[in-house]
Design a protein around this ligand. Structure first.
Ligand code: HSE
Length: 313
């Protein structure tokens, strides 16, 4: 049996649309075991009611891609999914399913695929690298798709930076949140985002959180998505006033994330209260970034046999 632990992620970090993402210390677990025949799936935790228990399950589909690619045919498959990441919330739950399915199937079939193989497969399945790259690799990842390959730089998040996430109690599909975006943007908006993204990455590399507030501003996606999240701008303003260093829509939302260096309890309460004033109930969580990505433990006859990161080196 293979047990994979995959971190949640926050993508975009404001201006870095489809490019920046960071792994968080909140995890989904996928257990995969070859059985004599058939497909058995158990799901517990977040979203269990909505997750299919048949071959249309996302983890099964991505595992099948690995098995086909390496010419491995499991007799049957048993899966147990233990979900702590809210579904359709902007915290990368689908990336955990994709990365976890790929890693588990790769280990089960003899670890034939490399880190890069898994990253390219995951990016092509998700459509963009900003959630799957940090889910697989951990840390803060800057990634770009170049001629079908994924080029990336992974850095450690600044020491002392924490996150407060406020997740409204309504789901928002990435598909819907991408449909509200324009097909084209102006040169001035493009320059606005390039300047902020460059400033954000450089200041984070230097461990300077004081530029975050200005550097996390965005004109490519957040202005279009705020109509889908009642109170978004007010929650941003309130979190900043309460001491957040920077604020952003997490991925495609509806989770809002504040980047902090102290006062987390207070900022969490203020975000919750401000959502509430706008008629939205939310769950708040204080969570730290993690430099570690997906990792697995392989058990044989119930004993821990092999431990590893999510790929062959
Ligand atoms: N970059 C993506 C988006 C992340 O904002 O649509 C969500 O999957």
């Amino acid at each position: 049996m293979i047990r994979v632990q995959i971190p949640a992620t926050t993508a975009n970090l404001g201006p870095g649309f489809d490019t920046l993402g960071m792994a968080l210390q909140l995890y989904n677990i996928i257990e995969m075991e070859e059985i004599e025949q058939g497909l058995r799936i158990e799901v517990e935790g977040e979203g269990w009611q909505h997750i299919p228990l048949n071959a249309s399950n996302l983890v099964v589909k991505v595992a099948d891609l690995v098995f086909k690619r390496v010419h491995y045919r499991p007799k049957g498959l048993k899966l147990r999914l233990i979900n702590n990441v809210p579904v359709s919330s902007g915290l990368g739950s689908s990336a955990t399913a994709i990365v976890g399915g790929l890693v588990a199937a790769n280990v089960l079939s003899g670890n034939k695929l490399s880190e890069k193989d898994l990253l390219v497969m995951a990016t092509s399945l998700e459509g963009h690298p900003d959630n799957v790259a940090p889910a697989l690799l951990g840390g803060l990842v800057i990634a770009a798709v170049v001629d079908g390959d994924v080029k990336y730089v992974k850095v450690n998040p600044p020491a002392g930076m924490r996150c407060v996430v406020a997740t409204p109690e309504f789901p928002l599909s990435t598909k819907m949140a991408r449909e509200v975006l324009p097909q084209q943007v102006s040169m001035s908006d493009a320059v606005f985002n390039i300047s902020r993204t460059a400033l954000l990455v450089s200041s984070l590399l230097q461990g300077d959180l004081n530029l975050m507030s200005a550097a996390m501003d965005d004109r490519l996606h957040q202005p279009y998505r705020c109509s889908l999240i009642p109170g978004m701008k007010k929650v941003f303003a309130a979190a900043k006033l309460a001491g957040a260093k920077g604020v952003a829509l997490s991925g495609a939302g509806p989770t809002l994330i504040a980047f902090t260096a102290g006062n987390e309890e207070h900022i969490a309460q203020v975000m919750k209260d401000t959502f509430q004033e706008n008629g939205i109930k939310c769950q708040v969580l204080i969570v730290d970034p993690t430099p570690e990505g997906a990792n697995y433990i392989q058990y044989e006859q119930g004993q821990e046999a092999v431990k590893g990161i999510g790929f062959r080196g």
